[in-house]
Design a protein around this ligand. Sequence first.
Ligand SMILES: Cc1cc2nc3c(=O)[nH]c(=O)nc-3n(C[C@H](O)[C@H](O)[C@H](O)COP(=O)(O)O)c2cc1C
Length: 244
Amino acid sequence: MIPTIKKKVVVSLALALLIIVGAATVGCQPEPVAEKKELVLEEGVIVSLPSPRHTGEMSVEEAIFHRQSTRHFPDEPLSLEEISQLLWSAGGKTIDGVTGPTRAFPSAGGLYPFEIYLVAGNVTGLADGIYRFQWRNHSLKMIKKGDFRQELMVASLRQRFVEQAPVSIVWVGDFDRVKRVYGTRGVVRYISMDVGGAGQNVHLQAEALGLGTVIVGAFHDGPVQRILGTELVPLYIMPVGRRG
Ligand SMILES: Cc1cc2nc3c(=O)[nH]c(=O)nc-3n(C[C@H](O)[C@H](O)[C@H](O)COP(=O)(O)O)c2cc1C
């Protein structure tokens, strides 16, 4: 009888010791390091973006009042939700209009003669690369893999903040589409007017998200076209990030 009780006590003690040692070991484990998780993407793959919000905390008056150009960005990633919101404001779909889905900016004759690219180098949940924004289904199509921010900075007359920012949104214009309908007058006037509205949207949306941006119009067209892989004419580059 006595040996059985002794045996039970020894087993219980051993178990208790195991639990204590186990708990202490778990307690000593280093905190898991927050990794930048990225989708492994192949060129041509489509990434669905989270649905954009149509309401927010900041009034349009406050956003206009506080808007200013930001030219310094800390090395901090943006989230896919923020990218979704920024691209929606850049040229996403809004309420259905009379002739079809309306978009976030007005455009002469409803031509919307742009493609919108995202040069992504630091977005949580998104592989670095060049993407084309597909506004109809609010998604991104990967064009090229890799971080092209440094090349874009060089093409932008070495404006340093282009490389610092986690992303840049780039508009390229289809001049032929406008020329066919409105001739030279449309090319000279309407494309710039259209892109102005889209750029202002991104400025105000960035403000409402607590982010910063700046319109960059000083760049070499050819190198920007090569980086994006398009023959359309680059119009605006807008680096976006947290404010430095
Ligand atoms: C068409 C256009 C092109 C611009 N190009 C550049 C540029 O290449 N680099 C830059 O730092 N700022 C550029 N800017 C930003 C202006 O310098 C800025 O908006 C202006 O100084 C007013 O400052 P604010 O935006 O803070 O009010 C550009 C703005 C526009 C509208």
